[in-house]
Design a protein around this ligand. Sequence first.
Ligand SMILES: [Zn+2]
Length: 273
Amino acid sequence: MPEALDLVDIGVNLADDCFDADREAVITRAVEAGVGQMILTGTTEAESEAVLRLAEQYPGVCYATAGIHPHYAKDYAASSLKTLKSLCLQPAVCAVGETGLDFNRNFSLPEQQEQAFAAQIELAAELAMPLFVHERDAGQRVFEMLKHYRDHFPEAVVHCFTAEKRDLYRYLDLDLHIGITGWVCDERRGAHLIPLLSEIPPGRLMLETDAPYLMPRDLKPKPKTRRNEPVNLVHICQRIAAHLNIAPQQLAAQTSANARRFFSLPGIQDANV
Ligand SMILES: [Zn+2]
């Protein structure tokens, strides 16, 4: 029997109310399948508090980020920074974010997004914490802003990378990490990512589901729900490993080691599962 996978899902929106009825079961399913640790994404002040509470309920398994997503940058106020900072000082919070720029839908004005992003980069620099970055149709500005501050913040991951080779190389030039989701399993819009996978240095790659979003489109049998779950990271790992022509165990070990180093997580053998 092949050795079990040891995976870290670096992007789970576990505070989403679609998980209210069975959150415990979702976590158990993931852990039993080998997804032993997960980073819960905070996208607003309230959600950052909610994911911290969840992380505190599942020590050693769940960790949290604290940040304001570009969609909600219009809610960013002077008091936000104080709130985020106090959250970031909690031991279960392991990154600043989700922050970044999203010019695809512009739910907040670009200038509001840039203001909130700059403040969160500065917070990461001040606290010497890694950044969890979202970028959609804003590669040029995200690159410019991260470059401007690059000597000041320790690490950043561009999560759910879906852009082009030029963007990938710009991020790698800044020595950033790259998060890959089940987008790569989507034959309609993810095919361009497949040849890029081998361009990502093994030490820079991390895996994520972005659950409940981005259900892998090639799951068999086809799920009855569109709600993605961290357990599906196993499938995503298998697909990416096949594209890279390596064993899933090897990809899991490498990307989990990256995630544990990046987010300063304990190894799974130390975790209270
Ligand atoms: Zn995102």
